[in-house]
Design a protein around this ligand. Structure first.
Ligand code: PLP
Length: 445
């Protein structure tokens, strides 16, 4: 498969082999887990955003595995070093094996390990003075531990979350979710979680805001924390926020909103916990989506692109008491830690932050030039992009039309499609995606 000339080619999708595999999987899989309608073939050709499914269809994948595939399929920048390491098999590491390998210290170690990954993660978070990491496996665990260290540090009892938020599916993180009610319905919750509106207008000011956050010369957060308010600012363990909301519909807040969050968390000394599980690790053209805003996070939760879960903060905020935090598979396995390190190194070495910014701008320009009927907004930072439609029905139809053309895209919120191309996406691939999007919108109309 030649990356610079390949185009999507679809016979039937899902084809007969795809259907068979999905059916086999769901014989034993919990029925309410995600159902993907395509089955990509690991052993068939795949490169960049292109892959082949088990029926031989060639697909252009702009779902990026919901952000967990930052550098596309079979990226040589990851595969070649992994090949060189000549790993016998992806050994699991646990307990005391956490320490090795450590290429930064032992010159005869060639596979980077968890310590190297923590070194890289603090390196890209040093603008916030962060120097300490706890590694886990998933985004939800990264968030759980972000909450735990905040409760431990402040001895607070309240948590503040945002309308439309999604932070994971463990019992703790569920309590912070304010997106689809199906996630939370009837499950027990941690007490004293309060929410504030999340800014839905990226260019709003306190005077023009109509999302309910700013009103009457004040904000709902300021009112909540005021002496006459219903939450004692001294007893808040954390304010938790996705700097750009993911599941809630790829919503980009305004600077004014973020400034108010920063001012109040600073005034009341409330740890600001940012969930960068979907938005972080360079996707927006900066290492963290937070870097675009006038905020200074105290804790960052990362996962997906990092290949493991990571709670990043300062030594001061992390508990020092032994056994307060731990996990058997806390650093994933050697392959995960190595892939996390190689991903960060490749982004740095190949200027992929700049590529994300430039290609994202190009896609915005091209889509705006198309002036697609039924599209009410096209927004994004870097390669975290979203198309919003007039209604859900049109969004779903466009998604299906795109799918039939071999263009894989995913919904979020109620009427939005998110686009997550690999960070090394080329101009040709962006043009191809815009053509396929335009064709799909026209067919859906
Ligand atoms: N936080 C955000 C913003 C997410 O988008 C997700 C997953 O999509 C999570 C947390 C949970 O991550 P995981 O599915 O790895 O537990």
């Amino acid at each position: 498969m030649q990356r610079d000339s390949v185009e999507p080619q679809v016979d039937a999708i899902p084809g007969p082999r795809g259907r068979e595999v999905v059916e086999y999987h769901h014989e034993t899989a919990a029925p309410s887990t995600y159902v993907y309608e395509f089955v990509w073939d690991h052993s068939a050709p795949a490169i960049g955003p292109f892959c082949t499914d088990v029926d031989g269809n060639v697909l252009l994948d702009f779902t990026g595995h919901v952000g967990a595939m930052p550098l596309g399929y079979n990226n040589p920048k990851i595969l070649e070093p992994l090949d060189e390491f000549d790993l016998v098999d992806p050994m699991k590491i646990a307990g005391q094996d956490f320490y090795l390998p450590a290429t930064e210290v032992l010159e005869d170690m060639d596979v980077p390990g968890p310590a190297d990954l923590m070194d890289r993660l603090t390196g890209i978070s040093s603008q916030y003075g962060m120097d300490t990491v706890f590694l886990s496996n998933t985004g939800a665990e990264a968030m759980e531990n972000a909450l735990k260290i905040s409760f431990d540090y402040t001895h607070g009892k309240y948590t503040i979350t945002c309308e439309g938020a999604f932070h994971g599916r463990t019992l703790g993180t569920l309590s912070l979710n304010r997106s689809k009610e199906v996630y939370r319905r009837q499950f027990p919750e941690i007490p004293s979680v309060h929410d504030i509106p999340f800014c839905t207008d990226r260019s709003c000011s306190p005077e023009t805001c109509d999302c309910g956050f700013f009103f009457d010369d004040t904000s709902s957060l300021r009112k909540m924390l005021a002496k006459t308010g219903y939450v004692n600012g001294d007893e808040v363990a954390a304010l938790v926020i996705e700097p750009i909301q993911g599941e809630g519909g790829y919503r980009f807040p305004s600077d004014a909103f973020m400034q108010e969050i920063a001012a109040l968390t600073t005034d009341h000394e409330i740890p600001l916990v940012v969930d960068e599980v979907q938005s972080g690790m360079g996707r927006t053209g900066e290492w963290w989506a937070s870097d675009h805003y006038p905020i200074k996070p105290d804790v960052i939760a990362s996962a997906k692109s990092a290949r493991v879960g990571a709670t990043i903060s300062t030594e001061e905020i992390f508990p020092s008491e032994e056994s307060r935090l731990s996990s058997t598979w806390g650093a994933g396995d050697i392959m995960s830690a190595a892939k996390g390190v190689l991903t960060i190194d490749a982004i740095e070495e190949h200027d992929l932050l700049d590529n994300a910014t430039e290609r994202g701008e190009l896609m915005k320009e091209l889509v705006n030039d198309e002036d697609l009927p039924g599209v009410t907004d096209f927004r994004g930072k870097g390669l975290l992009l979203a198309v919003e439609f007039e209604d859900k029905k049109l969004r779903d139809q466009v998604q299906e039309e795109a799918f039939n053309r071999g263009f894989l895209i995913m919904g979020c919120g109620t009427k939005t499609i998110r686009l997550l191309p690999p960070m090394d996406v080329t101009e040709r691939e962006i043009q191809l995606a815009v053509e396929l999007l335009a064709e799909s919108v026209e067919a859906a109309q």
